[in-house]
Design a protein around this ligand. Structure first.
Ligand code: TNX
Length: 671
């Protein structure tokens, strides 16, 4: 009996100890991006409110003080140290992090290295460390980490031209990027819809050019159709951003998009455009010319002013000068540009684009800067090899640019465009497909047909956030930019940091679960899990669709009446006050929800800029049930309804057309 009892006790003890060993065996650290070498061991360092941290790098000490207030301000060595040690023998941005039961040491090869070591250290703390002023005692697991990035360029692009973001918002965004070891912010400061950087020698660029709609010569579009909208950064504010980013080891690369995408500056100074008259009657009166005249000498003096001031604000050795989507027909129509084209013996207009950009390169070089361009800029074959190329328009242009000897940032939209939606039924573009985090993370340079020589030309990776939809999404999201870019930023961060052979989606996905708690504590409004789907089953009750507007295609209304063509059909002109769209149902519909969309589904473009929804039970008398928001509305029908009508209450929508869609009607699933 006694022996049996002893045996039971012994087995229980054995089982328990096995369980304990199992439970304490190397906890998953869920580090993102994954460091190169991680050796975990048993044991822990107790961090209490009495623990002091020694950091002899003032900028970094100030940064860390926001997280760990238990700080030794005196220059006293301590059990926890974060410092720079250039003789570590690690590559740039590399660091070593050692947690032992009696001390913690973070050493960076340079400032960035120490900063990244500190980031990994913070990831060893409970997520609450990101809420600031962390005082709770906790245990850091013993670990030895040696780490450095695979690529020197790990970027995120931010379009503040279509939707403006305040200095505070940009600062917060930069903070989030830095925590993921992103080291470049590609700051898209100008576009057709606004000029966002103060140029002291040309104040109209922002006093006029930073605004659209209302009395501005730049017309309203994208999310703000009924009032003047815009904003800009003063030079002081930009310097503040530069310093904020530098403290976080991020270089801001400013972009002035040239020679296309220049409608805003063209409205401020029409003389910079080619002197061609256009018949704009078919474009709803909108004069869409947005390309700089290449032959006008004064243009280069203006560009000199702009880049001189920019160079003074931004210490980055690189400045982005654009080069994408140039409407070259404007040059073909221009007597001066075509004369220059002839004189130079060019054989295609891409050469004229490079001619223009090469002159801009000379200007930026005068101020000590090197050029970055979008991939179209190299199409003429005559752009200086000095340029760093952002390959966005598919993987082919990335192969071309690396083959032609350009250092290249890989960012093809199909994987790297975070304005693409992450699931089918969400808001967002999809011209490059639906880009889930998995799709993005799974990009593997080794599988994309690059030779070793081409691979050697890859500078790194970059995610892009274009903001045509940002403004219209604002009422629905705490932060649409965060929702759209996180966790996809985490994926690109790891792609740029961690060697390819160490990257595996299933493991990343598992780490991301733990990391999501950190992102919550950081205050990132990140996406997690699948997006909520609209409820109910789609039904297609017989109906006839009519409108007051002429359609571009004859078959349009017939097709839409049959619920055909998901892309919709365009009208021949923009909307006018009083225009209407009517759906008459053969049998009354009841107990359904109806999604009514003008413009692209998921993107408010080609919309009724303002309007109302009306319903009728008898097909004759209508009553108002909703207002359109961003051209759309979803209504609930709870009595037999014969017809639904949209009525437009404003003229013009920033486009030369309206896009009409069939309504999506859903019936609740009763099972
Ligand atoms: C293409 S990407 C553009 C942008 C748009 C974006 C929308 C690039 C260099 N040009 O102007 O915002 O598509 O996805």
């Amino acid at each position: 009996m006694k022996i049996r009892l002893l045996r039971v006790v012994l087995t229980t003890l054995l089982l328990c100890s096995a369980f304990v060993a199992e439970a304490t065996a190397v906890p998953s650290l869920d580090l993102v991006p994954l460091p190169r070498k991680v050796e975990q061991s048993e044991g822990e360092f107790r961090f209490t409110s009495a623990t002091t941290v020694y950091c002899p790098v003032p900028q970094l000490r100030a940064y860390l003080a926001d997280y760990l207030p238990t700080f030794a301000w005196r220059s006293v060595r301590s059990r926890v140290e974060v410092r720079i040690n250039p003789s570590l023998g690690l590559p740039k941005e590399g660091y070593r992090l050692s947690v032992q039961s009696d001390k913690v040491l973070v050493e960076g090869a340079d400032y960035a290295g120490a900063f990244y070591g500190a980031q990994t250290l913070l990831q060893l703390f409970p997520p609450q460390v990101y809420e600031g002023d962390f005082r709770s005692p906790c245990a850091l697991p013993c670990v030895e980490i040696t780490d450095w990035p695979e690529y020197p360029y790990r970027g995120q692009h931010l379009d503040v031209a279509r939707t403006f973001m305040s200095v505070e918002e940009v600062k917060e965004y930069i903070s989030h990027l830095a925590r993921h070891k992103i080291n470049r912010l590609h700051f898209h400061l100008t576009d057709d819809q606004g000029w966002r950087v103060e140029i002291a020698s040309h104040p109209e660029l922002t006093s006029v050019g930073a605004w659209r709609g209302g009395d501005s010569p730049i017309w309203a579009i994208y999310g703000s159709l009924d009032k003047k909208y815009g904003g800009y950064y003063t030079q002081d504010e930009l310097r503040e951003l530069v310093a904020w980013a530098a403290q976080r080891a991020i270089t801001i690369i400013p972009e002035v998009d040239l020679p296309g995408h220049s409608l805003a500056i063209g409205k401020v100074y029409p003389e910079v455009l080619c002197p061609v008259e256009r018949d704009n009657s078919r474009a709803a009166g909108y004069d869409r010319r947005n390309v700089w005249c290449v032959a006008r000498e004064e243009n280069y003096a203006l560009l000199d002013d702009i880049f001189r001031e920019l160079a003074d604000i931004f210490p980055s050795e690189w400045v982005h000068i654009g080069g994408d989507e140039v409407g070259m027909s404007q040059w073909k129509e221009c007597p001066h540009c075509s004369a220059l084209y002839e004189q130079k013996g060019y054989t295609n207009y891409a050469q004229l684009e490079a001619h223009f950009l090469n002159r801009v390169v000379e200007i930026v070089a005068r101020y000590g800067k090197r050029p970055v361009v979008w991939n179209e800029a190299i199409n003429g074959g005559n752009l200086t090899r000095e340029a760093l190329v952002c390959g966005w328009d598919g993987i082919k242009p990335c192969r071309k640019s690396t083959a032609e000897g350009y250092r290249t940032v890989i960012m093809p939209a199909q994987w790297f465009y975070f304005d693409m939606r992450q699931a089918d039924h969400e808001m967002g573009h999809n011209w490059a497909g639906v880009v889930s985090t998995e799709k993005c993370y799974s990009f593997n340079l080794d599988e994309q047909g690059f030779s070793p020589e081409q691979k050697a030309m890859v500078e790194g990776f970059e995610g892009a956030f274009w903001s045509e939809i940002h403004l219209s999404a604002r009422p629905h999201f705490d932060s649409y930019v965060e929702y759209m870019t996180f966790p996809r930023v985490c994926a690109v961060a790891e792609m740029g940091w961690t060697p390819q052979q160490m990257r595996k989606w299933s493991e990343f996905e598992a780490r991301l679960k733990g990391h999501a708690r950190r992102m919550d504590a950081m205050g990132i409004d990140h996406r997690s899990g699948p997006a909520p789907k609209p409820e109910g089953k789609v039904i297609t009750p017989k109906m006839a669709m009519t409108t007051s507007m002429p359609m571009s295609k004859e078959e349009a209304l017939g097709k839409l009446s049959a619920y055909a063509n998901d892309w919709g059909y365009t009208t021949k002109r923009t909307c006018e006050k009083g225009d209407w769209v009517l759906w008459e149902f053969v049998q009354p519909i009841d107990d359904v929800s109806v999604e009514l969309t003008t413009g692209y589904r998921h993107i408010p473009k080609g919309v009724f800029s303002a309007g109302v929804v009306e319903v009728s039970t008898n097909g004759k008398d209508f009553r108002h049930v909703a207002d359109l928001h961003n051209g759309s509305a979803t209504i609930r029908i709870s009595r037999p309804t014969k017809a639904i009508r949209l009525r437009c209450t404003a003229t013009g929508n920033g486009d030369s057309f309206v896009l009409l869609q069939y309504p999506v009607i859903r019936k609740a699933d009763n099972n």
